[in-house]
Design a protein around this ligand. Structure first.
Ligand code: UD1
Length: 325
């Protein structure tokens, strides 16, 4: 029995791979290394370089490793890039996921955990967001994810197939043991960019939009520590193996921070000011995204252990220093 982790050389995938091997699971990582880093994959996991959408390859990996569950992280995640290159996003996120699902259904792999996003919800949905709020994604990225959710629902109705969808809010921070962290040189996340600005790797941090309908005019997000998110995947896996049915779960803490609040936290940890430049809104960005995590806490018994923006920022800065060195 082993777990196939697609995108396991990436940010969230590498953290989850460590969490899995730390508790003694056999893991095989499948990653095309387009944005992932081989060195971030635990040495205890097997590694295959290739595409998650390569059905024949996936079938071979499933057979060779006795895979009973797939955790599907592989995909493209940058909202503005998806606005510029929608077809690339549909190919890499939606089309590849369909092929991966087909390989699972044909090979009899029933347990499937999918990385979805908080941005599938309607901009006017009630916040904090519950899983049953209306969906109306505005970016091609988010649409590519919602389409995959729909395929999973349909496949679950038609086949002996049990998918679970985890809708991530804003994932940040790094492994407390320092083994992995956000390593993409082209990363666009706020906390990653702030860490880069703090270390002088980029000349300044841009604030994208100061005229949002939020308390201080900047975007508000529910920042969740990547280790708490990795833990959510273990709980989802346990629930599937225990016979749980298909469900979607929000993964966030239930409270938000604005861009200015994040900057203030970084400055407090650093003990100095960050170089900041105010600019226009970024296309595809909603004003506020805050999770209602009641379902995941109640059903999966998820108990976050790192719900602290200062801890998140500190771990991101520590990783960035190490990564630089
Ligand atoms: C992130 C994820 C997306 C996920 C979503 C869920 C990435 C690249 N994107 O998107 O996959 O589905 O969370 O909520 O991980 N900002 C700045 N300056 C910057 C960067 C960002 O002001 O240099 C602002 C943005 O306008 C936004 C906030 O910071 O208000 C967070 O942005 P970002 O970290 O890029 O994440 P999201 O776009 O929310």
């Amino acid at each position: 029995m082993s777990v196939l982790v697609t995108g396991g050389a990436g940010y969230i995938g590498s953290h989850t791979t460590y969490a899995l091997v730390d508790r003694g699971e056999d893991v095989v990582v499948l990653d095309n290394l387009s944005t992932g880093t081989r060195a971030l994959v635990s040495e205890k996991a097997a590694f295959v370089e290739g595409e998650a959408g390569d059905e024949a390859l996936v079938r071979r990996v499933i057979a060779a490793h006795g895979v009973d569950a797939v955790i599907h992280f592989a995909g493209s995640i940058v909202v503005p890039e998806s606005v510029a290159k929608p077809l690339a996003y549909y190919a890499n996120n939606t089309v590849a996921s369909r092929s991966l699902m087909e390989a699972c259904v044909e090979s009899g792999v029933r347990h499937f955990i999918f990385s979805s996003t908080a941005t599938v919800y309607d901009e006017n949905a009630r916040q904090p967001l519950r899983e049953d709020e209306p969906k109306n994604p505005i970016s091609p990225y988010a649409r590519s994810k919602l389409m995959t959710e729909w395929m999973l629902e349909d496949a679950a109705r038609a086949h002996d197939f049990k998918p679970m969808v985890l809708r991530y809010f804003n994932v940040a921070g790094a492994d407390p043991k320092g083994r992995t962290g956000q390593s993409s040189p082209r990363a666009t996340h706020l906390i990653k960019r702030a860490a880069q600005a703090a270390l002088g790797r980029v000349p300044h941090l841009d604030i994208f939009g100061t005229d949002y309908p939020t308390p201080d005019g900047t975007g508000v997000r529910d920042y969740i520590h990547v280790s708490d998110l990795a833990e959510a995947h273990l709980l989802a896996l346990d629930a599937l193996r225990a016979g749980a049915g298909p469900t979607a779960y929000n993964c966030g803490y239930g409270h938000g921070a604005s861009v200015r609040e994040v900057i203030a936290t970084v400055e407090q940890v650093l003990g100095r000011k960050l170089p900041v430049r105010e600019g226009p809104r970024r296309p595809g960005d909603p004003p506020t995204l805050i999770s209602d995590p009641t379902r995941i806490k109640t059903v999966l018994k998820w108990q976050p252990r790192h719900d602290d923006l200062t801890e998140i920022v500190r771990s991101a800065l520590e990783w960035e220093r190490r990564f630089n060195a």
